[in-house]
Design a protein around this ligand. Structure first.
Ligand code: FAD
Length: 493
């Protein structure tokens, strides 16, 4: 097999920011399910491990492997050639099956051409669809779960090179048609337990090759960004109506008190009509801010300032929040959901999900406390506004939103701000006491401490049962699975 599928040896891989780096044994770029299956079998014969990577937009070590790294950019067609074998009761729904390595950006363009759109997305579009599903990437809007919740079916290659199509119990595939076509070569699993386990797999369940998503007809959104203080936002969150009344609601927050007690930028996004007839300034964000952020030297200037004068951070944050205020920005949904040039800043983040049962409000107060302590003890400052996003409870066993509506708290740090990693670890610890669950794709300090994952994730044992089948040989173990203690016993007969 290896003679047919080309690979590079010891090619250094780094993630998008460059804070994760590794020299895997081999790097492959498979172009079909058959190739993925053959590579996994080859790895097992060689006692090597395998990990698929998407676009490397995780700040955590979740995508690292010392074994065979599978780049998925040749598995990126918007319409997979794998047939759906759609059951009749699913006909007429808005379903698409892209290959798993497609980036959200290209998927959006394809959907737009079909008159369709994702119902929700994260704040950025350079990640791959398999990458975002695997870490439970999310946007904001309390009626939407994480992106994985739009998945209806997926094709995954597991240990032994076995190919599975995994769906909920009443999934979209017509079993008779699927089995008539594939015979014993592939297995269709229509089972809620399997589906909820595979839904957030952090690369540990196998290599996802196609993903069927349910989408909706193309739509437009109006974004409104207003300045408030934490006192007002806190009241609104306790009341909850702002979350129900808006399709999307999110907050940028500064934990420092200057002129105002904890300035906040509140963003809402709601349906609107096609704005193509409107003047340009109604169809763009604050163009001066976007332009400045996109200017090549801006990130370096910001980094330089926080490096030299960290105590300017509170003022910079309040200014940043004010600069983003805008009464009306109307555009096609996926442009409005993408937060724009802020994604280009040299920054990393940790993100912690806390339950929306009152602890979400306590969490904001805990952040204010931790930020004040870090400033007092070590002159360490939060270097970027903190984001609060709101996500519906998910059934996926290892989603940060599993079983509970969640406020996701994103703790963004400019890459050269002193003490940023330590400050994020202190937030993570404080929020863990409030039921916090760290985002798998963002910087976190989870360890294999006895019972930690079981306590954090009530369905962990159910996830592990499926994991131990799909990763029976340990071929999907990695530095990440060792760190958090979910490695399967490697290569036992
Ligand atoms: C600028 C920026 C903005 C971001 N915005 C958000 C946001 O708004 N909301 C949010 O929740 N997160 C956000 N993130 C985090 C990001 O969405 C996640 O870390 C996501 O997992 C990255 O996707 P990726 O395609 O880069 O995957 P990678 O980082 O390459 O991989 C992530 C995981 O997916 C696995 N994986 C990838 N492809 C496959 C496959 N084919 N089969 C099986 N496993 C696979 C990898 O093994 C790894 O475990 C952001 C990150 C950045 C850098």
């Amino acid at each position: 097999m290896s003679a047919e599928i080309a690979f590079e040896v010891r090619q250094t891989w780094t993630n998008h920011l460059g804070n994760q780096r590794i020299d895997p044994l081999r790097t492959y770029q498979p172009a079909s399910i058959a190739e993925v299956s053959a590579i996994i079998r080859e790895a097992e014969r060689d006692h090597a491990t395998v990990r698929a990577v998407g676009s490397g937009h995780s700040w955590s070590d979740v995508a690292l492997t010392r074994g065979f790294l599978l780049k998925t950019d040749k598995l990126a067609h918007p319409a997979a050639t794998e047939p759906d074998f759609l059951a009749t009761e699913w006909e007429g729904r808005h379903l698409v099956r892209p290959e798993a390595g497609i980036r959200i950006k290209e998927l959006n363009t394809y959907l737009d051409g079909q008159g369709l759109a994702l119902s929700n997305m994260g704040g950025y579009d350079h990640q791959t669809i398999a990458g975002v599903i695997s870490t439970s990437t999310h946007g904001s809007g309390i009626t939407f779960g994480p992106l994985g919740d739009f998945v209806r079916s997926l094709d995954i290659v597991a240990a032994g090179g076995a190919v599975y199509r995994v769906e909920p119990a009443h999934g979209p595939t017509d079993r008779a048609a699927y089995e008539a076509h594939h015979g014993n070569a592939r297995t269709l699993v229509q089972d809620d337990d399997w589906f909820n386990a595979v839904a957030v797999g952090m690369g540990c369940m196998g290599v996802i090759c196609t993903v069927m998503l349910e989408v909706e007809p193309k739509y437009y959104l109006r974004e409104v960004r207003e300045f408030h203080t934490w006192e007002k936002v806190k009241g609104d969150l306790i009341d909850g109506e702002v979350l129900r009344a808006n399709r999307h609601y999110e907050v940028l927050f500064s934990p420092y008190e200057l002129k105002h007690r904890y300035p906040c930028l509140v963003t809402t996004r709601n349906y609107t009509t096609n704005p193509s007839h409107k003047p340009l300034d109604k169809r763009t964000r604050n163009w001066a801010v976007e332009l400045a952020s996109a200017f090549p030297l801006t990130p370096d200037i910001l980094n330089l300032i926080v490096g030299l004068k960290p105590n300017l951070s509170p003022r910079m944050m309040e200014s940043a929040i004010r600069a983003l205020i805008k009464k009306e920005y109307d555009e096609v949904s996926y442009r409005v959901l993408n937060i724009g040039a802020a994604n280009l800043l040299p920054a990393y983040s940790s993100e912690i999900g806390v339950p929306m049962d009152g602890r979400h409000v306590e969490a904001a107060e805990a952040i204010i406390r931790v930020a004040a302590e870090a400033r007092g003890v070590g002159d360490v400052y939060q270097s970027s506004p903190i984001s609060f996003r709101f996500v519906k409870a998910s059934n996926a066993y290892m989603s940060m939103m599993q079983g509970r509506d969640t406020m996701m708290i994103e703790l963004i740090q400019l890459s050269r701000a002193d003490g940023g990693y330590e400050l994020n670890a202190a937030y993570e610890e404080a929020l863990a006491r409030l039921g916090g669950r760290p985002h798998w794709g963002q910087v976190n300090t989870l360890t294999a401490r006895e019972g930690l994952l079981e306590t954090m994730y009530p369905r962990y044992a159910d996830w592990l049962r499926v994991h131990n089948r799909l990763n029976a040989s340990g071929v999907f173990n990695s530095p990440f699975t060792e760190r958090v203690g979910i490695s399967a016993p490697p290569f036992t007969p």
